[in-house]
Ligand binder design. Structure first.
Ligand SMILES: [Zn+2]
Ligand SMILES: [Zn+2]
Ligand SMILES: [Zn+2]
Ligand SMILES: [Zn+2]
Ligand SMILES: [Zn+2]
Ligand SMILES: [Zn+2]
Length: 249
C-alpha cells in the first residue's frame, strides 16, 4: 500500500459543505414573486436554478440527491457552481469535493481517517496506514479485526463497500423477479431500482436493463416484443470487481 499527502475524508467534507450551503443560500436572491416549488409544490418565494423553481427548504435535499451537483430538475443540465453560488471559497470547496469524489470512485484508492491517501497494489484487504500505522480494511476503511474479517482480494467480507455494491437481492416483480440494485455498466455507480420497469436510469444518464445489463435500446433489440415489465433472459447477468475503475491499471 502506497501512501500520500493530507486530505479530508469525504464524509467530513460533505458535512462541511452542507453547513456552508445554508449560509451560501442566504446570499442568493429569491425571485420577486411566489412560484410553485417543483419539489414540495408549495407556492412561495423560490430560487431559479436553470429552468427549476426551487425553494430554499428543498434546495439542500436536491443538491445531496444529485451528488452535490447543481442539476436542473426539469432539463437535467448541470449548472456550473460559479454561475449559481456567490462565495469563491465555497465554490473552491465544491471543486475539491468533486475531485475527491472522482478519486474515491477508484477501487484501489482510499483516504484513511487520519487524512492520508493510499493506493493498493495487491488488492488484498488487510493493509496498514503508513501515516498513522492503523491496520484497516483498505476497502471499507474499518479498523482491522482478525476475529471477524478475512484478508481477501477486494473485501474484508464484513459489510465491505465494494462487495456490497456488487451484491443484490432478487425481489419479486410482476410474477417474476428483478434485482433490487445494480451497478451502472457505464459509470459503475450502484443504484437501487426505481420501482417501475426493468430499465433503470442512472444519475449519469445511462439507461440500462437490470437483468441483462445492456443499454435499453440493445436489450430491446436483442429481445424483440418483450415488454419492460417482463424478463429479457432467465439469468441475471453477473458483475465482478473488474467493473470498478482504478487509478493504477
Ligand atoms: Zn420546496
Ligand atoms: Zn434546466
Ligand atoms: Zn491513517
Ligand atoms: Zn472491508
Ligand atoms: Zn451511470
Ligand atoms: Zn435486458
Amino acid at each position: 500500500m502506497r501512501g500520500g499527502s493530507d486530505m479530508v475524508d469525504i464524509g467530513t467534507h460533505k458535512a462541511t459543505v452542507l453547513t456552508d450551503l445554508a449560509d451560501e443560500l442566504r446570499k442568493i436572491p429569491v425571485q420577486s414573486t411566489n412560484r410553485q416549488c417543483l419539489l414540495c409544490l408549495d407556492d412561495k418565494l423560490c430560487l431559479k436554478l436553470c429552468c427549476t423553481d426551487i425553494c430554499k427548504e428543498c434546495f439542500p435535499g436536491n443538491f445531496i440527491n444529485y451528488d452535490y451537483k447543481l442539476k436542473c430538475y426539469v432539463c437535467s443540465k448541470i449548472v456550473p457552481n460559479e454561475n449559481f453560488f456567490k462565495t469563491n471559497e465555497f465554490i473552491q470547496s465544491l471543486k475539491k469535493l468533486d475531485h475527491t469524489s472522482e478519486l474515491v470512485k477508484k477501487i484501489d484508492f482510499q483516504i484513511c481517517h487520519c487524512g492520508s491517501l493510499a493506493l493498493n497494489e495487491t488488492m488484498y484487504s488487510k493493509q496498514q496506514c503508513q501515516q498513522c500505522s492503523r491496520w484497516m480494511c483498505f476497502f471499507c476503511s474499518a479498523d482491522w479485526d482478525d476475529t471477524r474479517m478475512k484478508n481477501q482480494k477486494h473485501t474484508c467480507t464484513v459489510n465491505c463497500v465494494w462487495e456490497t455494491r456488487l451484491n443484490y437481492q432478487s425481489e419479486s416483480w410482476h410474477e417474476s423477479t428483478l434485482p433490487n440494485r445494480r451497478c451502472c455498466p457505464k459509470c459503475a455507480l450502484c443504484g437501487s431500482r426505481d420501482d417501475k420497469c426493468k430499465y433503470h436510469t442512472c444519475l449519469c444518464g445511462h439507461v440500462f436493463c437490470f437483468i441483462c445489463l445492456a443499454a435499453k435500446a440493445d436489450c430491446e433489440k436483442a429481445h424483440p416484443g418483450v415488454s419492460c415489465y417482463n424478463r429479457c433472459t432467465t439469468d441475471d447477468k453477473k458483475q465482478d470487481y473488474s467493473i470498478f475503475p482504478r487509478l493504477m491499471s
